[in-house]
Design a protein around this ligand. Structure first.
Ligand code: SF4
Ligand code: SF4
Length: 468
């Protein structure tokens, strides 16, 4: 038995595959997958790259399709702008997303990891293929790593890492476009970089981060860093669809011997499913936290089964129940409950987005100020006003006190408040009310809000008067 095979035979219960006996990190030299699932994933991955690159360029109603600008607390989802005071909608959206992920995981296991996680997609379809191209097969890579530094090794290693750095830089640019928006990114590119020091540091930081992750850290992200991976054990159950080894069909495993009438299980213990695994696990030991559902072992085992004239599917997508008794995945009570919660949350989000004002106005009394008595026979109170204009055009806001006769709003030099497109503006203003109507120390005040001459909301606040 080879040294590597012995490692898997003896240690899978108490050792993670990426750490050797001395506690040192074991580099995984995965062989290149081949087969139907890999081909489908390759097409899906290239569409994914295309989408990843194109989304920052797509705009709806003049806003980015998706922008998560945490620096300025500005978010755009499906072309709808969200500001800090919209954060509750964003928070509900996040909760709905978590419920969706949980529900999805209960039903389909780590399908997301293998098919949609940027870490897996970038690693398996960009960075690893470059490695195969430059350094050759896993055995050639192993040999190269152990070899002395020669001109050939220097050229291969340098060219690989230069390519990795360039691609990481490209990914970092796109990633930054999701944060600050593509327009801002282009401004930064056109103008002297030193005028955008923060962004420049961000860009360099992301580039280094992606380079380190894809060149060195790799599977450790999935097996030790990613919280989603570590939560699998509490989300999956016996009905969850997983990449699974059909042990009742495969066991007892035994090496294949030509012309022998086989009485053992279908697994010929060839270790191909282990050699192809990017996280270095042996799926025959059962569902493991390290499995990212990449389907590479399905393809590899299917090739082996075809070669020995056995039906495909010894490793396949299946639930534990299906493997035990043939019962297929079904919509159980837990999934129904999560679906109901998800349905309600989506309904609530849709309502909040549809009923959301395109302009938000916040009025509060200036702290520490009482009332003023004016020579024109009015009392006045001083207020602060914050206007968030989420429109693509400037907004003219007018305030009209509604529950007092001849009351009015006084702002130095103007009667209306202008706010540029997608900007926030702050003003101070007085509300003037004839003395004979201010009857108490604390009076209710209703202010009508008008956008470009049309009423769109009312705000209730207080107006201070003298003691009686
Ligand atoms: S590839 Fe298939 S036959 Fe070979 S060891 Fe894995 S499960 Fe067994
Ligand atoms: S066990 Fe199979 S599906 Fe899971 S990570 Fe390894 S190769 Fe991919």
């Amino acid at each position: 038995m080879k040294e590597e095979e012995k490692f898997y035979e003896e240690t899978f219960r108490d050792t993670i595959t990426t750490v050797d006996k001395a506690g040192k990190w074991r580099w995984i030299y995965a062989i290149k997958p081949k087969g139907r699932w890999y081909n489908i994933r390759k097409v899906a991955a290239y569409l994914y790259f295309l989408l990843f690159v194109l989304v920052p360029f797509i705009k709806l109603d003049g806003n980015p399709l998706l922008m998560i600008n945490i620096l300025d607390s500005k978010f755009s989802i499906l072309g709808k702008m969200f500001w800090p005071h919209d954060m509750f909608i964003f928070a509900i959206l996040m909760i709905a997303l978590i419920v969706f992920i949980v529900l999805f995981t209960i039903a389909f296991g780590r399908l997301f990891c293998g098919w949609a996680c940027p870490q897996t997609i970038f690693l398996e379809f960009i960075f690893r293929p470059i490695e195969w191209l430059i350094e050759g097969s896993p055995s050639q890579q192993r040999k190269l790593d152990k070899a002395e530094w020669t001109i050939e090794k220097i050229i291969k290693k340098t060219s690989k890492h230069i390519l990795y750095l360039l691609i990481s830089f490209g990914i970092a640019n796109i990633f930054l476009a999701y944060i600050i928006g593509i327009d801002e990114l282009f401004v930064m590119v056109r103008e002297p970089l030193l005028e955008h020091k923060k962004m420049l540091f961000g860009l360099i930081g992301f580039s280094i981060l992606f380079y380190v992750v894809f060149a060195f850290v790799r599977d450790l992200i999935c097996t030790t860093v990613c919280p989603y991976g570590r939560l699998q054990s509490v989300m999956v159950d016996k009905n969850t669809m997983q990449v699974a080894y059909d042990y009742s069909r495969g066991e007892p495993r035994a090496r294949f011997k030509k012309n022998e009438i086989r009485t053992q299980g279908d697994c010929i213990d060839c270790f191909k499913c282990v050699m192809v695994c990017p996280t270095g696990i042996d799926i025959r030991n059962g569902t493991q936290m390290e499995c990212v559902a990449c389907t590479a072992c399905i393809d590899e085992c299917n090739t082996v089964m075809t070669a020995i004239n056995k039906p495909k599917g010894l490793i396949r997508y299946a639930s534990e129940n299906e493997l035990e008794g043939g019962e297929k995945i079904h919509f159980n009570a837990r999934m129904k409950a999560y679906s109901m919660v998800l349905f309600l949350l989506v309904g609530l989000i849709a309502f909040l987005i549809v009923s959301r004002n395109s302009v938000d106005v916040f009025i509060s009394k200036v702290k520490g100020q009482l009332y003023q008595e004016n020579p024109d026979g009015t009392f006045s109170n001083l207020y602060e006003l914050k206007i968030f204009n989420k429109n693509k055009s400037a907004a003219i806001i007018q305030l009209i006190p509604e529950n007092y006769k001849n009351a009015w709003v006084k702002v130095i030099g103007q009667q209306v408040f202008n706010v540029d497109a997608e900007k926030m503006a702050e003003y101070k203003f007085f509300v003037m009310i004839p003395r004979d109507q201010v009857l108490k120390r604390s009076n209710d005040l209703t202010i009508g809000l008008y956008l470009n001459g049309k009423k769109f909301n009312t705000v209730k606040t207080k107006f201070s008067g003298p003691f009686n």
